[in-house]
Structures are given as C-alpha cells and as structure tokens.
Design a binder for this molecule. Structure first.
Ligand SMILES: [Zn+2]
Length: 293
C-alpha cells in the first residue's frame, strides 16, 4: 500500500499530457503561422525595416515609371531594390541605382527564396499600385502652399497610453481649421467613416489593390459618406481640422490643425499593418490635383 512512485501518480500523467499539448500548439503555430514567412535577407515584412518604406528622394518615381520597361511589376522592382539595399534606399538618389540590370537583380533575389519574394513583392505592389495623387490639392492662393510634413514614423505619442506614430502628419501652417481640402490619394471604397476617439472625424478607404488609406482629424466631410461608397482618386473627402483625442464626437482643439495620413496592409499575420507614408507622400507631392482655394 502507499505506492507513491511518480509514475503511478495520475497528476503526473495529466501534467505530461498538458505539457505535450502546449508543445504541440507551439509547433503548429511555428510551422503553419511562421512569422518569418516573408523573410528575405535580414528582415521580415512585419519588421520596422520593411514598414519604414525608406524609398528616399526620387527613387520611387524611378521605380514606378521604369519597372514596366524593365519587365517587372512595381512591386517586384521595389522588392528587389529594397532587399538588396537592406530596406533602405535613402542613400541612393533619383533612381541612380548601381545595378545595371533590374531584371537580373530581381532574378538573383527571387532565386534565394521564390515564395517569400512573391509574397513580399505583393506587399509592395499593394502599397504602390493605387497611389495617384497627394492628399492636399494645389490651390491658386499663396496660403494653399502653407503646409508642411516630416518623417515622424515611430515618433512617440502619449494620448491613450504610450504608443508610436504610425503615419505622417501634414501640418497646416497658420491657416486654421477647415482651410485645406483633403482629397483621396486613390480610387477605392469607403470602409470606415465617422468619429474615432484617436482619429476624430476620419475616413478610411480600401483601394482596389488592397491597401487601406486612412485620413484623420478632419474638420468636416464633403458630404455624408457611407461604407461601401465608391471613391475616385482626387475626389474631395473633406477639410483638414483638429478633431479627435476624445470619446466625445466633435471635440476639437487638442492639438494643431493637421491631416493624419496612414497606410495599412493586410498580411498573412496582421489584419492591419501600418507602413510609413512619408516617402510615398514625397513622391505624390509632384502629383497634386488642382482645387480652387
Ligand atoms: Zn498623426
């Protein structure tokens, strides 16, 4: 009587089964939901290096205008150059890439990991395929040029707890709320509209290629938008303001007047993965639509 050997203890068996179960869940998660799926070179699509979209001055213009001539999609060209440059092209300028053949570069990188190359190219393609114009149109007045923005990707923000900035703020320099028109950078469909505690009066538009473009802190909307409504690139969405940072709809004045512009992707692992809009905006600034103001 009183055989207390561990092997005869039902608690031991239960514990072992539980442990094995946990191990199994980890293994399934690792092999099926492996976050390194997009890994090509040192970084993955979920990491800051990719999300910073560090295209640099003039390079995106070159990629978007020359990819076709080089037999590549914009996503493939962007992917090849970015991976080769460790996801940072800011040292290059105006597309004076040191690689003679775009196609052979793409093939060399694709050869390393074809599945990952195709996935990552798709992610770039999603970001780049629908951008058409800068969100602030060109006006006729001197004041219409009084806006500014800088690369504030990952800058600290404190409202609603510690967090990082995941977009670009286009600041109104002294004109006041309601002055700057805001237009859609792409064609697409309204996905979300109305009040958000952080974003104030915001509108989110899903482009045909899958990117989600987010415009926040508006002063007013052009009209009452509804989810599912079709939008054309360059269409007026509303006017720049300072709404937000409150659960109370209509709250203004908690910060300077600006447009918060965000770009989000869906990936295998994230429903919403923010990428840095800064260099994309730099590229789009040459493509302002006209508006009388
Ligand atoms: Zn912002």
């Amino acid at each position: 009587m009183g055989n207390r050997k561990a092997s005869g203890n039902p608690g031991f068996y239960l514990g072992s089964i539980l442990l094995l179960g946990i191990l199994l869940v980890f293994m399934v998660d690792f092999f099926l939901g492996n976050p390194l799926y997009y890994q090509l070179g040192e970084y993955t699509a979920e990491e800051d290096a990719f999300r910073a979209m560090a295209f640099g001055e003039g390079n995106l213009k070159e990629i978007l205008s020359m990819a076709g001539e080089n037999g590549l999609s914009a996503g493939e060209a962007a992917c090849a150059f970015m991976v080769e440059a460790d996801y940072d092209l800011t040292e290059e300028k105006d597309g004076h890439f040191t690689y003679r053949s775009w196609h052979s570069l793409k093939e060399a990188i694709e050869k390393r990991k074809p599945v990952e190359f195709s996935k990552l190219s798709e992610a770039y393609e999603t970001v780049l395929s629908d951008i058409r114009c800068f969100p602030i149109p060109r006006g006729d007045s001197e004041e219409s040029r009084c806006y500014g923005y800088s690369d504030s990707w990952k800058a600290e923000r404190t409202y609603g707890g510690e967090r990082y900035h995941e977009g670009t703020d286009i600041m109104d320099i002294g004109n006041g709320r309601g002055f700057f028109p805001v237009v859609s950078v792409s064609d697409g469909t309204v996905e979300h509209v109305g009040w958000l505690e952080l974003g104030g009066w915001r509108i989110g538009i899903r482009a045909p290629g899958g990117a989600y473009f987010y415009y926040a802190h508006l002063d007013s909307y052009d009209h009452e938008f509804f989810p599912g409504e079709k939008i054309r690139a360059g269409q007026l969405l509303g006017f720049m303001g300072d709404s937000g940072y409150s659960p109370v709809p209509g709250t203004v004045g908690n910060f300077d007047v600006h447009l918060h512009f965000g770009i989000y992707l869906r990936t295998d692992h994230y429903e919403e993965l923010a990428v840095n809009p800064y260099w994309i905006l730099k590229y789009l600034e040459e493509k302002q639509v006209k508006y009388s103001y």
